[in-house]
Design a binder for this molecule. Structure first.
Ligand code: SAM
Ligand code: SF4
Length: 478
């Protein structure tokens, strides 16, 4: 796929800033869409083309209730068309909460003297990973504060420790990272440890607002953070994750910022971000946040639907920051990955730390504390196919060489079968009887649908592999 760069006031150059806040506001302020324009933009997106900033603004500025409904309906259709019913599951694992930055909204900020600082040592980390494997997790995102102790070498070391933990049939097959921006050399070091995605959220794309919230430490440097995923790309990390912390500033501006970031990466590296995140601010210890730009549930669902339409081929991540009702609602508009069984307190998956270390180690509060199995149960009940698939990055299907979406029939030939095989593993190794029965019924239903699909899908081979898994083999994928 070749991307046509968008004409913006700041031309795209590798490792150079690309956000012009006035330009974004000009587009937003000068776009007054009529019904036909909104419908045309939705149609373009359903044709699987990424939207421009101006087209994204058309959707953002559509406020009539029935038009917003059409946007959501478009997102629902696009999701079905592109992603099918798969939802990929992962869990976050906090490695350390030491932090030299002072981000007003975060419980880890350096000025929060109530926070007990802790970095997991190797043994503690191994216990955490064993506990996660015992639950059935296969994909983790490791999270770190920003601190001199969390050097690229340290991050790489923790990644290797995680990959080495094998318990029973348990293993972690994909480790993603959410940590501070690095220099190119640092990104190389982390890449060499075999990471999946490197995720860095810009928090807010507005430079002045950014300065307002980031009161100390290296993170004060807006441009260094803005260009961080360029450096990751330069270092060969072609699966990168972007995000904005919704609630710091006007959500409409942030959606435009995310689209601008996407087309910058496309223009410079011919590959957009692998994932986009849109966390909403949650309560946190010692948080300093006036709530002026808090995003309502209504706007939140609208913004997720707009992002789905704006970047049809990019994964959207929804986390346990949101409560189960919001998660249920928003998932229908095109979220492709969620976390399950999430715990944010350091050391809390294994509960292996001393009690005196047990206080105040979480970054913020979460609103969905259901277990992984409860989430899987609900996904199956509501017609989704839970997936722990890690095949693509292990087969080198990453970055510009691979966009599941851009290869016709890819999802049906690879993603759906791999979802089925990884769910089979889960059902065999970790699921209680009720989930196991429902899970196999769902697998049968999906296999029947795949048999009926026009694409060439080798259903007999999927069935053979299911039997092999039942007989004890693991890690079979297409
Ligand atoms: N320290 C690194 C950084 O700041 O990029 C990485 C880890 S930070 C713990 C991960 C993300 O959590 C941040 O990028 C921010 O978007 C999000 N976050 C921080 N405080 C939050 C809050 N109160 N509610 C929701 N998300 C929050
Ligand atoms: Fe530190 Fe990240 Fe929290 Fe900022 S958001 S205080 S950098 S952990």
């Amino acid at each position: 796929m070749k991307f046509t760069p968008e004409k913006c006031r700041i031309p795209d150059q590798r490792m150079k800033p690309f956000i012009d806040a006035d330009e974004i506001w000009d587009i937003l302020n000068n776009t007054k869409p009529d019904r036909k324009q909104v419908q045309d933009v939705i149609a373009k997106s359903l044709d699987k083309q990424r939207l421009t900033l101006a087209e994204t603004a058309v959707l953002i500025n559509a406020t009539d209730a029935d038009l917003v409904e059409e946007i959501k309906e478009g997102a629902r259709r696009l999701k079905e068309k592109v992603y099918g019913n798969r939802i990929v599951l992962f869990a976050p694992l906090y490695i350390g909460n030491k932090c030299s930055n002072n981000c007003s909204y975060c419980g880890f900020k350096s000025s929060n003297t109530d926070a007990i600082r802790k970095t997991l040592d190797d043994q503690e980390l191994i216990h955490e990973v064993e506990a996660l494997e015992d639950n059935g997790q296969k994909r983790l995102i490791l999270v770190y504060g920003e601190h001199r102790e969390y050097s690229p070498e340290f991050i790489a070391h923790t990644v290797k420790v995680v990959y080495d933990v094998k318990k029973g049939h348990g293993e972690i097959r994909r480790v993603n990272i959410n940590a501070a921006p690095l220099e190119i050399e640092g990104f190389r070091t982390v890449k060499a440890a075999g990471i999946g995605t490197y995720q860095i959220f810009q928090e807010t794309y507005h430079p002045e607002v950014y300065t307002h919230y980031h009161l100390g430490g290296a993170k004060r440097n807006y441009e260094y953070r803005l260009t961080s995923l360029d450096r990751a790309q330069e270092a060969g990390i072609d699966d990168v994750g972007i995000g904005a912390l919704m609630g710091l500033y006007d959500w409409r501006f942030e959606v435009m910022g995310l689209v601008r970031h996407t087309n910058h990466l496309e223009a410079c590296y011919n590959v957009g971000p692998h994932t986009i995140s849109f966390p909403r601010i949650q309560e946190a210890s010692a948080i300093n946040f006036d709530g002026k730009y808090r995003v309502s549930d209504y706007d939140f669902t609208k913004l997720v639907a707009i992002l789905r339409l704006a970047v049809p081929y990019t994964g959207l991540i929804l986390t346990a920051r949101e409560n189960p009702e919001v998660r249920r609602e928003v998932m229908r508009f095109g979220v492709s990955q969620i976390d399950g069984g999430t715990k944010l307190e350091l050391g809390s998956y294994s509960d292996s730390l001393n009690e005196d270390q047990n206080l105040n180690r979480e970054q913020f509060h979460i609103a969905d504390s259901r277990s992984l199995n409860e989430i899987i149960d609900e996904l199956i009940n509501t017609g989704y196919m839970p997936s722990f698939c890690t095949a693509c990055y292990r087969l080198g299907r990453t970055g510009e060489h691979f966009m599941e979406f851009s290869v016709p029939g890819f999802i049906k030939r690879y993603c759906s079968p791999n979802a089925i095989l990884t769910l089979t593993e889960y059902l065999e190794d970790y699921a209680p009887a009720g989930t196991k029965q429902k899970g196999y019924e769902a697998i049968e239903k999906n296999l029947t649908e795949l048999e009926a699909a026009a694409e060439r899908v080798n259903v007999p081979e999927i069935r053979r592999r299911i039997e092999k898994i039942k007989a004890g083999q693991r890690d079979l994928y297409f």
